[in-house]
Design a protein around this ligand. Structure first.
Ligand code: HPA
Length: 285
């Protein structure tokens, strides 16, 4: 992804992106947008009657540098629920800048989206969450202490993060897991900048801090979304035990392999959660 825009250029790109989203998918936004992380891309097949639009048409969205990488938004139905799915996210490790998703998230909010559901692949710090497990994110630790809100004007930059991962929607997601007899954990996600994996000493420290899963995304997006006034849900797919917790050396290939193995279950669960969101009174417009 290329370097993010900022200031007036970002505002103009957002206005243009919102206009294009409306002309492509309709004035009325879907209530829910999902960012599909590694391991979750199969969930795109949960969308019925989907229409697709490349990020290249949306100047506020992250622009992929590598040709062939999927970078698009798709809008369709999951059961009764109209949903936008975003394939392709900017990671801080690509540029050092943690604001890469600001334009996309603010465009979704300006269009009328109410809930941002963030998915990712994570390393597990807990033996009860082996590779292949799913975890609802209940809270996060911003280990790098980097903020995408640096330089934002106004008092709303002092964003409340005390219930960032919506408690009501988490309860709903747990109910859905129980109804489908699926074990879904709940825990704290710690953001590591990457792109190198963590050291075993770092993982021991994160574990002592109370983290259950570690990954290189999600946290800046949650901060941006809460600042924008969106509700947030987070779902992590464990692709490996974190550094030092298993005999295996950590490689990107290993995490992708596990993501592929468990991707179908993750996608099914996501589909069940999305398809039943219409039951959540507070999300109805
Ligand atoms: N560490 C950081 N990010 C990750 C990991 C990990 O072990 N697995 C998948 N994403």
């Amino acid at each position: 992804m290329s370097l993010p825009l900022s200031g007036a250029a970002l505002d103009a790109a957002i206005a243009q992106s919102v206009a294009t989203l409306k002309s492509s998918f309709g004035e009325k936004a879907p209530e829910v947008a999902v960012v599909l992380g590694s391991g979750w891309s199969g969930a795109i097949h949960q969308l019925q009657d989907a229409k697709h639009l490349a990020y290249a048409q949306l100047p506020a969205f992250p622009q992929p540098k590598v040709e062939g990488h999927v970078a698009e938004i798709a809008v369709g139905q999951v059961g009764e629920q109209r949903v936008a799915m975003l394939r392709g996210r900017a990671h801080t490790y690509e540029s050092g800048d943690c604001t890469g998703m600001a334009g996309a998230i603010r465009s979704l909010k300006a269009w009328g989206v109410k809930l941002l559901l963030l998915t990712n692949a994570s390393g597990s710090l807990r033996s009860h969450l082996p590779p292949g497990s799913l975890m609802l994110i209940a809270d996060h630790i911003n280990a790098p202490q980097r903020s995408p809100l640096i330089g934002q004007p106004g008092n709303d930059r002092f964003t409340d993060m005390s219930a960032a991962y919506d408690p009501e929607l988490r309860e709903h997601a747990k109910k859905v897991a129980r109804a489908h007899n699926l074990a879904v954990g709940e825990g704290t996600y710690v953001w590591a900048l990457g792109p190198q994996f963590e050291t075993p000493a770092e993982i021991r420290m994160f574990s002592a801090w109370g983290a259950d899963a570690v990954g290189m995304s999600t946290v800046p997006e949650t901060i941006l979304a809460r600042h924008a006034g969106l509700r947030v849900m987070g779902l992590a797919l464990m692709t490996n035990m974190a550094a030092g917790l298993s005999e295996e050396a950590l490689t990107h290939a290993l995490t992708l392999q596990q993501a592929q193995l468990s991707g179908e279950r993750a996608a099914n669960y996501l589909g069940w959660v999305l398809g039943s969101l219409a039951q959540v009174e507070s999300l109805r417009s």
